[in-house]
Ligand binder design. Structure first.
Ligand code: GAL
Length: 654
């Protein structure tokens, strides 16, 4: 079902930074640029409420009325990410505390303590006020609570909140002591009040305490989101309410948040200086599309340079265009940027915007306008959703356990491993769903589990049934090792799968920096670094083995189940995945394109998006006739894309 008739285009709009005369110019320029939606209010708390007793929203009414009159829809934000200085002065506990016990000062943003009653009451108050004033405004179509939730606070109130969370989770101290394994190092708790947040400790911290802290911190911020959302709900009717996520951001478990937002919205800032950016970005987009298995919204991206990396490189015109189109290709129903007009003051004065400091009469801004026109021409793709061909498993809690410092190798990089597995899928044009090991995997004939370190019993049962049904599973190193308490699962690893694999793991074996050799009749000699495991073979087949006196099989297969004890070279991983897909008769849907052959190709609805991310021209064969979605020009039977070029094809109706 179509959720929207148009693809939204626009960005954060911060009118509080400008005179009213500029608002009018902005809106005029927005219309010319094809802007259809802007996010207003994100950081305007101090403007809305200059002190504890005074409200001033007349300016906001004026801005929203002007936008509405121009046909630009508003995503109205509650300004609660940045409480004004007067609030921190009224009650210093509004400001969060670092693990070392320092309380944040003002002068930046996101400094609030998520358990501060003063903060939360005031945040609800401002959300309610906005809901009352604008809930029925015809120009407001989306509500945006806070901004990029994601911080820790180590104050006493948060410590007390942690204890409350643990009480609700465990019920009794006996259950907590058991789950946390507190027999170790004399950590047994006899009173709830003895429990601390894992802030500053002399040595390795209890890993379960740490894991629960991460779950708690994500839940605590979710409470902050929820109470504003719940205050808004009766005031805004059926309008969608959301907040902006940050991809694989590791302080929040977005899976638990996904059900609480009406539409998934993401902020993504790929580094234009990195040649790997296209596939890394595609992976994040696929995660977002998979969180609700529905179209999502690119809430923030940059049209050019950001200002917060060590070196902030602008985007080329081709990159700017590719990034906008890539979001749509991967299921976004709109692309908003940070921000509409470049700030003149403040920490983001060097951050790009849709309207640059240099003005509208610039090559840069003309390309922004051009993109507005292009999105209009492909609006019929809005609402189209495609289920992925292959499932790639990712769970925040599993990543958290791998980030614990007490694992065998602290350099194990969860996201890098995920990216390495994703890349061959992306190169061949498979649409990938990034899903949890605990969700329904029955729509997928092939499941990839690069880092399923934490394995819940229900996930083990689902995956066993999956393999037993003859479906494909490729599992990566250090998987099926710990339970939901981060305690070792007993027995040889991957625990619960050794019979299906025909091999059993005995020791994890991080490799020296210079790595080791692998032998394989199929791929010859190959070099791997990073991680290895000591495995004993029963009735599995070793596809590659280590040249090391104590290490045997490196890659093992039995039936449709393959296990990798290391991260093999790209070509080997690509081969294994392609083979597993072939065995399950899964072929990428490339629309009219015969083979991706060096390009990034993805079909969505009637359109096929093609990106040449290389530095040279490429030519693709077409199976069927198509035309350029923007110009309408027919392609013929081959299509040449220059370096960096993107093309969107529309298939000619028969
Ligand atoms: C985001 C944030 C925006 C802006 C942007 C700059 O994290 O939500 O307000 O700061 O980054 O890249």
């Amino acid at each position: 079902m179509k959720s929207q008739a148009t693809l939204s285009y626009g960005g954060d709009y911060n009118p509080e930074q400008w005179d009213p005369a500029v608002w009018r110019e902005d809106i005029d320029l927005m219309v010319k640029a094809g802007v259809t939606m802007v996010t207003v209010g994100v950081f305007s708390w101090a403007r809305m409420q200059p002190d504890a007793e005074t409200w001033d929203t007349a300016w906001l009414h004026e801005v929203i009325d002007l936008l509405h009159a121009a046909g630009i829809r508003v995503d109205l934000a509650t300004p609660t990410a940045s409480p004004p200085p007067w609030l921190g002065a009224l009650d210093p506990a509004v400001r969060a505390v670092t693990p070392e016990g320092h309380r944040f000062g003002h002068g930046s943003r996101n400094h609030f303590c998520p358990s501060s009653t003063t903060y939360r009451e005031r945040a609800i108050e401002v959300a309610t006020r906005l809901g009352e004033e604008f809930g029925g405004h015809p120009g407001v179509v989306l509500w945006h609570v806070g901004n990029e939730y994601g911080q820790y606070c180590f104050c006493e109130t948060c410590t007390e909140a942690f204890r409350g969370w643990l009480r609700r989770k465990y019920g009794t101290l006996t259950a907590l002591n058991d789950a946390w394994g507190t027999a170790f190092w004399s950590q047994h708790y006899s009173e709830w009040g003895q429990i601390h947040l894992p802030g500053v400790v002399p040595y390795l911290v209890n890993p379960t305490q740490s894991l629960d802290h991460r779950r708690f911190a994500s839940d605590l911020l979710l409470d902050c989101y929820r109470e504003q959302r719940d205050a808004l709900r009766p005031l805004v009717g059926e309008l969608p309410i959301t907040t902006n996520f940050m991809g694989f951001f590791d302080l929040i478990d977005y899976r638990t948040w996904a059900a609480e937002v009406d539409v998934i919205a993401d902020d993504h800032y790929g580094d234009p200086a990195s040649p790997d950016q296209p596939f890394q970005t595609a992976l994040v987009h696929d995660l977002m599309r998979s969180l609700k298995h529905a179209p999502w919204l690119m809430m923030e991206q940059a049209m050019g340079a950001v200002n917060w990396r060590q070196r902030n490189v602008p985007k080329t015109d081709a990159q700017r265009r590719a990034d906008v189109l890539r979001s749509v290709a991967h299921g976004a129903d709109g692309v908003l940027s940070f921000q509409w007009r470049q700030s003149r003051s403040g920490s983001e004065r060097f951050h790009s915007a849709m309207l640059p400091n240099a003005g509208a009469d610039t090559r840069y801004h003309r390309s922004v306008r051009q993109l507005g026109e292009e999105l209009r021409a492909m609006a019929d793709v809005a609402g189209e959703h495609r289920r992925g061909d292959i499932a790639l498993l990712f769970d925040w809690e599993s990543m958290w356990t791998l980030q614990e410092p007490s694992v065998p190798d602290r350099s194990r990089q969860v996201i890098e491993t995920l990216q390495a597995w994703y890349r061959p899928l992306w190169e061949r044009g498979f649409l990938v769903d990034v899903v949890s090991a605990t969700e329904d995997l029955s729509p997928y004939r092939l499941v990839l589990a690069p880092s399923l370190h934490l394995l819940r019993a229900e996930a083990r049962e689902t995956l066993r049934a999956h393999v037993e049904a003859g479906r494909g599973l490729i599992m990566g190193a250090f998987s099926a090792a710990v339970d939901e308490n981060d305690a070792l699962l007993p027995g040889p690893f991957p625990v619960g799968f050794t019979d299906l694999l025909g091999a059993s793991g005995e020791q994890w074996w991080p490799l020296p920096d210079d790595g080791v050799q692998l032998r394989s009749t199929r791929w010859g000699q190959m070099h791997v670094s990073g991680w290895a495991e000591q495995l004993a073979l029963t009735d599995g087949e070793a596809l590659a083995s280590y040249d090391h006196s104590d290490l045997g099989p490196a890659i093992v297969r039995k039936g449709e189940f393959t296990y990798l004890t290391c991260l093999p070279p790209h070509e080997v991983l690509a081969d294994l995945i392609a083979e597993a897909a072939e065995a399950q008769a899964i072929r990428p849907d490339l629309g009219p394109v015969r083979s991706a052959a060096g390009a990034e190709v993805l079909r969505r609805g009637p359109l096929t998006f093609i990106f040449n991310n290389t530095t040279h021209a490429i030519t693709l064969d077409l199976l069927r006739e198509a035309s350029d979605a923007l110009t309408g020009i027919p392609t013929g039977d081959a299509l040449t894309l220059s370096a960096g070029e993107s093309v969107v094809l529309r298939e000619v109706q028969q």
